[in-house]
Design a protein around this ligand. Structure first.
Ligand code: NAP
Length: 490
C-alpha cells in the first residue's frame, strides 16, 4: 500500500470508473502518490456493470469523453456501452494509471483519525492503509433497486435486474417480460423487440420521449476526426449538444418558460406523429410534466414498441408466478424470461462502506435525513474527503464526465491548501453547508423535479436531490471554491 512520500500527500481513490480514472490521471500528472481501490476485477464502473442489449449513452459520443482525450474512433453519434468501455480501457493504459489500481479491493471502512489528521482505509479483507486525502469516486447508480412484487422469487425462468444481465437467459424467439420504462427499459425494448417471440413491457408510468438524431460515422469521417481534432470539437461544443444542455437546464429551472414548452411540444408531436394506434398512443401519453423523470432520448423506441411482438401492459402487477406475471385483473402473461429494469437505489453512494469522520461522526448519521454534500463535493465533519458526482450534483441529460472534470478543478484548489502547507485538513463549515443546503432545497422545490411525479431524483421526503440551478451557475461554482466557507485544520 502507499507510503507517505516525504512531505507529499497520500491519496486514496475509491472506484475505478470514469471519475476515479479521472482523479488518477490528474494526480499522476502532478506526480502525486495515490492508490485506486476497485472492488471488481475491471475498470469502467457503470460501463463495466451494465451489459444489457441496447446499452447506449444518450450523450453524443464526442461529448462523452475526457476533454483532454478526444476519441476519433466512435462508430456513431451515440456510443454503445462496449465502445465506451473500450475507450476507458485505452485511456487507463495510455495515461499509465493501471498499475496504481488495486483490483478486487473492496473498501469496507474509511475512518478519520482526529489526532493524526489522516484517513484509514479498510478493505473487506481486513487490510488497512493510511492516507491524507480520500477521493470518493464510487458512482451514483450502482445498487440495483429490486421491485417488491409478491412471488418474484418463484419465477421458474431467469429473472434478473438489468445491471446483472444474464447472458444465458432466453431472448431470441422467447417470451420476455420487461418491468420498467426508464432510460434502461426503453433502450432494451428497442434492442430486443425484433428478436423475441413476444415482449410484454410492463409500464407503471408512461414516459416523455425526446426524438434525437442518430447516424453512424464512416471510416472516412473517422479518418477526418483523426486528422483534424477541430472536427471533434465542433461536435463537442455544438449547439446540438451544449446549446441543448443550456436549454435543458433553463427548462428544468423555469418550468413554465419557453424552453420547457418547446420540449413538451416536441415530445408530444413525436408521439402524435409516430404512434399510429390511438389506444397505444394514449397508453404512452405522459400524465405529468416533461423532464420530471429523466427525459428519455430515443430515435427508435416508438418504432420498436409498435412491433407486433411487443405489447404495453399498463395494468397493476399482482404477482409473479412460476410461469409468468399475473395482473390485478386476473390476466396472465406467460413468460420465459423476466427482466427488471426497475432502477437503482440512488441514495447509497459509497455505502455500504462505513465512513466515520471527525469526532466519530458517521456518514450514515450525517446523511440520516438525506445524502448531501457542499456543492456536491465536500462534507462538514469529513476533512480531506472529496466526492466526485456526489449528492446534489447535476444529474440530467448531460455528460457526467464533464461534470466530474469541473468538480476535479474545484477539489484540486482545495487540495492546494494542503499542498502549500497551510494546514493539514480542509472541510466546509457546518454553517456554510447549512446555508447551501437551505438555498438548494428552496430552489429544488421549484424545479421540474418537484412538479409531481415519482423518480429517483427525489429523496425520501420528496425533495429533489439534484443541482437546482442553471448549468452556468454550476460552471461558475466550480471555477473556484469559496474559501471562506472552509475551515482549515492547522
Ligand atoms: P429508472 O429511471 O429509475 O426507471 C425505473 C423504472 O422501473 C420506471 O419505469 C419505474 O416506474 C419502474 N418500476 C420501478 N419499480 C417498479 C415496480 N415495482 N413495478 C413496476 N414498475 C416499476 O431506472 P433506469 O431506467 O435504470 O435508469 C436509471 C438512470 O440511469 C437514468 O435515469 C439515467 O440517469 C441512467 N441511464 C442513463 C442512460 C443513458 O443513456 N445515459 C441509459 C440508461 C440509464 P415509475 O416511473 O412508475 O416509478
Amino acid at each position: 500500500m502507499s507510503e507517505k512520500p516525504g512531505a507529499g500527500l497520500r491519496f486514496a481513490i475509491v472506484g475505478a470508473g470514469m471519475a476515479g480514472i479521472l482523479a488518477a490521471i490528474k494526480l499522476k500528472q502532478r506526480g502525486e502518490a495515490f492508490t485506486v481501490f476497485e472492488k471488481t476485477d475491471r475498470i469502467g464502473g457503470t460501463w463495466r456493470e451494465n451489459r444489457y442489449p441496447g446499452l447506449t449513452c444518450d450523450v453524443p459520443a464526442h461529448a462523452y469523453t475526457y476533454s483532454f482525450e478526444p476519441y476519433p474512433e466512435w462508430q456513431a453519434y451515440y456510443a454503445t456501452g462496449p465502445e465506451i468501455q473500450t475507450y476507458f480501457e485505452m485511456v487507463v493504459d495510455k495515461y499509465g494509471v493501471r498499475p496504481a489500481i488495486r483490483f478486487g479491493a473492496e473498501v469496507s471502512g474509511i475512518d478519520w483519525d482526529d489526532g493524526q489528521a489522516e484517513w484509514t482505509v479498510t478493505l473487506a479483507t481486513g487490510e488497512r492503509a493510511v492516507f491524507d486525502v480520500v477521493i470518493c469516486a464510487s458512482g451514483v447508480l450502482h445498487h440495483p433497486r429490486m421491485p417488491e412484487i409478491p412471488g418474484l422469487d418463484s419465477f421458474a425462468g431467469p429473472a434478473f435486474h438489468t445491471a446483472r444481465w444474464d447472458d444465458a437467459a432466453p431472448i431470441d424467439g422467447a417470451n420476455v417480460g420487461l418491468i420498467g420504462c426508464g432510460s434502461t427499459g426503453v433502450q432494451i425494448v428497442t434492442a430486443i423487440a425484433a428478436r423475441v417471440n413476444s415482449l410484454v413491457h410492463f409500464q407503471r408510468s408512461p414516459q416523455w420521449i425526446m426524438p434525437v438524431p442518430y447516424f453512424t460515422y464512416s471510416e472516412e469521417e473517422r479518418a477526418a476526426f483523426r486528422a483534424d481534432p477541430a472536427l471533434i470539437d465542433a461536435i463537442r461544443f455544438s449547439d446540438e449538444y451544449i446549446g441543448n444542455v443550456r436549454r435543458f437546464t433553463d427548462a428544468i429551472t423555469d418550468i413554465d418558460g419557453p424552453q420547457m414548452k418547446m420540449i413538451e411540444d416536441y415530445c408530444l408531436q413525436n408521439l402524435e406523429n409516430s404512434v399510429r394506434d390511438p389506444v397505444l398512443r394514449e397508453k404512452l401519453r405522459p400524465n405529468y410534466r416533461a423532464a420530471c423523470k429523466r427525459l428519455i432520448y430515443s430515435w427508435s423506441y416508438y418504432d420498436a414498441v409498435q412491433n407486433p411482438a411487443v405489447s404495453v401492459e399498463t395494468g397493476r402487477i399482482a404477482a409473479v408466478e412460476p410461469g409468468g406475471v399475473r395482473m390485478a385483473d386476473g390476466t396472465f402473461h406467460p413468460l420465459d424470461t423476466l427482466v427488471l429494469a426497475t432502477g437503482f437505489q440512488a441514495d447509497r453512494f459509497i455505502r455500504p462502506a462505513g465512513v466515520t469522520g471527525a469526532g466519530g461522526l458517521t456518514l450514515d448519521a450525517f446523511w440520516a435525513r438525506r445524502p448531501t454534500a457542499h456543492y456536491a463535493i465536500t462534507l462538514p465533519g469529513f476533512p480531506n474527503f472529496f466526492m466526485l458526482n456526489g449528492p446534489t450534483g447535476p444529474v440530467g441529460n448531460f455528460s457526467l464526465i464533464d461534470i466530474a472534470e469541473r468538480q476535479w478543478d474545484y477539489i484540486d484548489q482545495l487540495v492546494d491548501v494542503l499542498r502549500r502547507g497551510e494546514g493539514r485538513a480542509v472541510a466546509p463549515t457546518v454553517a456554510a453547508h447549512a446555508d447551501y443546503e437551505e438555498r438548494r432545497i428552496a430552489a429544488a422545490k421549484t424545479t421540474i423535479f418537484g412538479s409531481g411525479c415519482t423518480s429517483w431524483y427525489l429523496d425520501a421526503e420528496g425533495v429533489p436531490a439534484s443541482w437546482p440551478w442553471s448549468y452556468d451557475a454550476f460552471d461558475d461554482a466550480m471555477r473556484q471554491p469559496k474559501f471562506e466557507e472552509y475551515a482549515v485544520l492547522a
